[in-house]
Design a binder for this molecule. Structure first.
Ligand SMILES: *Cc1c(COP(=O)(O)O)cnc(C)c1O
Length: 283
């Protein structure tokens, strides 16, 4: 969005923190066509207020389209079209497939717009999902509700546990009352049994070596990128990251993004505690 859209297509962009709707209002221009938000944001877990942003964008200009990357929430937890968005994007690679073994994406919007996308992106540019991946994703998607209830419950339990440990500097998870956007996150939930997803970030009170020691002692949680997998995946981020200007200050000393999987919740908590002890932290 910073480079390819302006340089190749002449499309101007503004990148901003959309967790404050006033930032969005201030960035709207007479020629704004699309407001695209990712919520909760990867990896800060900042939550954007979809309804407020959709309302202010549409009031400024009814032709502006509001699109939401709903990958972290999934349709089980949040349904952005019901909150006033025009377009929802999901990485099918993540929770909707659910098993970390296929790549895909989806765009949900009106038929007129999906027809337009089909004929340009698919027919002309060739953006077509592989049939085998489509088959795997269809198969995985059937258990989405069951899996999301487990991801939601385990992630909340682990976030609360981490928050109780002195060695943990911060925990970013929208389901925690300490999260600055907790109330917005609650207001967006689609169903009585919706939750706040499986991804959280947390920082340890240590240095680079301490992070490495901790992650090397994990036995259940796997050190790898991605999320929405049945396995719990952890990745170290933040240090020397060129996008650090988008991170809150507590993230700058390094942090983990933990994508909580479908293993037994107590096994995951025990794995974290065990790795902390083995790495020399007091728990
Ligand atoms: C992974 C991810 C994407 C990209 O999805 P791919 O299927 O890997 O291309 C987009 N948005 C979010 C929030 C993601 O986590």
């Amino acid at each position: 969005m910073n480079q390819i859209l302006p340089e190749k297509y002449g499309i101007e962009t503004s990148i901003l923190d959309t967790s404050d709707p006033e930032n969005v209002r201030a960035a709207l221009r007479p020629n704004t066509k699309l407001v695209h938000i990712e919520t909760p944001a990867n990896p800060t877990l900042k939550v954007s207020d979809i309804a407020t942003i959709a309302k202010l964008a549409h009031e400024a200009n009814p032709d502006i389209l509001v699109s939401v990357d709903n990958t972290f929430n999934t349709p089980y937890n949040v349904r952005p079209l019901d909150l006033g968005a025009d377009i929802v994007i999901e990485s099918l690679t993540k929770y909707i497939n659910g098993h970390g073994d296929a790549l895909g994406g989806s765009i949900a919007t009106t038929k007129a717009r999906t027809d337009q996308i089909r004929f340009t992106a698919q027919v002309n540019f060739g953006g077509i999902i592989s049939p085998f991946n489509a088959w795997l994703i269809n198969r995985g998607s059937v258990t989405l509700p069951l899996r999301i209830r487990q991801h939601n419950a385990s992630a909340l339990a682990i976030a609360k546990h981490l928050e109780s440990l002195d060695v943990v500097r911060f925990v970013a998870y929208p389901g925690l009352e300490s999260h600055p956007h907790h109330e917005v996150a609650v207001s967006q939930l689609a169903r009585p049994d919706s939750g706040f997803g499986g991804v959280l970030s947390f920082g340890l009170d240590t240095n680079h070596d301490g992070y490495n020691r901790f992650v090397s002692k994990l036995n259940v949680i796997t050190s790898a990128v991605s999320l929405g997998h049945d396995e719990s995946l952890i990745v170290f981020l933040g240090e020397d990251d060129e996008r650090q200007y988008l991170y809150p200050p507590e993230f700058h000393r390094g942090f983990f993004r933990l994508a909580v999987g479908l293993e037994d919740t107590d096994d995951l908590i025990r794995d974290i505690d065990h790795a902390l002890v083995e790495a020399g932290f007091e728990v």
